[in-house]
Design a protein around this ligand. Structure first.
Ligand code: NAD
Length: 288
């Protein structure tokens, strides 16, 4: 029987309604929720994605200030920009577009982002809190994968979960979120010897390798849940890491690409911006 589809577009639409209402409340109280995006990647694809994010945010009542890539920019200048954004009271969230161009050291730039404004959970402080099981802001992509499971009432506690990918942006935070929800978690990566041996035991499989068609139908446990985070461009089409048609014949539930994790990611990132703005408004009113 073909798998149930974990539809991210429908979930994102319902999240957008909630976010729009939250933004209106903040604006009525004189707070304009604002996200600052620092593009240190120099990647034209990142810019395109960023423009889509900005359009979505603005439609919901969230301002986005983009600090465009400048090839003359040095590490110190970027660091100063982040420090200035940390102390700017009109900015509630800061994202550094990754991967950064080779002239920059990502670690020290991410470490400079204030944990109160780190809405994509990429700073070492945010990652440490997540690893300790007390997250504050978490990578919106990892959170989107888990939110898809929760929204579709897929049980996680006690289940065997396999995450393919160990990046600090997707794989690791997804694994920690699953662990926090009491799954038994295995992280696979490029040096894993027999990937299929692990994936075949997974009740929940999260694919985040960035390799089109890496996960074949025969690698999937019948009836399991597959969340495909991969976003790969092949012959002008966007595809995931999972060979969708054959996987959908074996899995019990599967997220499509496009239309699965992607739309939920943007919604959850914007939700984090609103949370940061609301937290800031609360602290400011307590101080006054
Ligand atoms: P990355 O390149 O930083 O990490 C990829 C990970 O996959 C690495 O840990 C690597 O060890 C592992 N890997 C690579 N080849 C493998 C293989 N053959 N077998 C097992 N593991 C393998 O990528 P990332 O930033 O973590 O992104 C992963 C994917 O998620 C990409 O396709 C990216 O485009 C996508 N992504 C999607 C969203 C979204 O909103 N949908 C957001 C961010 C990233």
């Amino acid at each position: 029987m073909p798998a149930r589809i974990l539809d991210g577009k429908a979930l994102a639409r319902s999240l957008h309604l909630e976010l729009k209402a939250q933004a209106q409340v903040l604006r009525a109280g004189g707070v304009v929720p604002t996200l600052a995006v620092v593009d240190a990647s120099g990647d034209p694809a990142a810019l395109q994605y960023l423009e889509r994010k900005r359009d979505r945010a603005q439609a919901l009542g969230i301002d986005v200030r983009v600090f465009a890539f400048n090839p003359a920019m040095q590490q110190e200048g970027l660091l100063q920009l982040i420090i200035q954004l940390n102390t700017d009271p009109s900015v509630h969230g800061i994202i550094l577009e990754q991967p950064v161009a080779p002239q920059f050291k990502a670690h020290s730039l991410l470490a400079a982002i204030s944990p109160n404004k780190d809405v994509d959970g990429t700073s070492p402080a945010s990652q440490g809190l997540l690893a300790l099981g007390t997250p504050r802001f978490v990578s919106a992509t990892a959170l989107a994968a888990i939110t898809l499971l929760e929204h579709h009432r897929i049980p996680v506690a006690g289940r065997e979960a396999v995450v393919i990918g160990r990046s600090t942006v997707v794989g690791r935070p997804a694994a920690f979120l699953l662990l926090q929800r009491d799954a038994t978690v295995t992280i696979c990566h490029s040096k894993t010897r027999d990937l299929a041996e692990h994936t075949r035991h997974a009740d929940i499989l999260i694919a985040a390798a960035g390799r089109a068609g890496l996960v074949r139908g025969a690698m999937i446990k019948p009836g399991s849940t597959v969340v495909d985070v991969g976003t790969n461009f092949v012959s002008g089409r966007t595809v995931g890491d999972v060979a969708f048609a054959e996987a959908a014949e074996v899995a019990g539930a599967i997220s499509p690409v496009p239309g699965g994790v992607g739309p939920v990611t943007t919604a959850l990132l914007l939700q984090n911006v609103l949370r940061a703005a609301a937290d800031d408004a609360r602290t400011t009113s307590v101080r006054q």
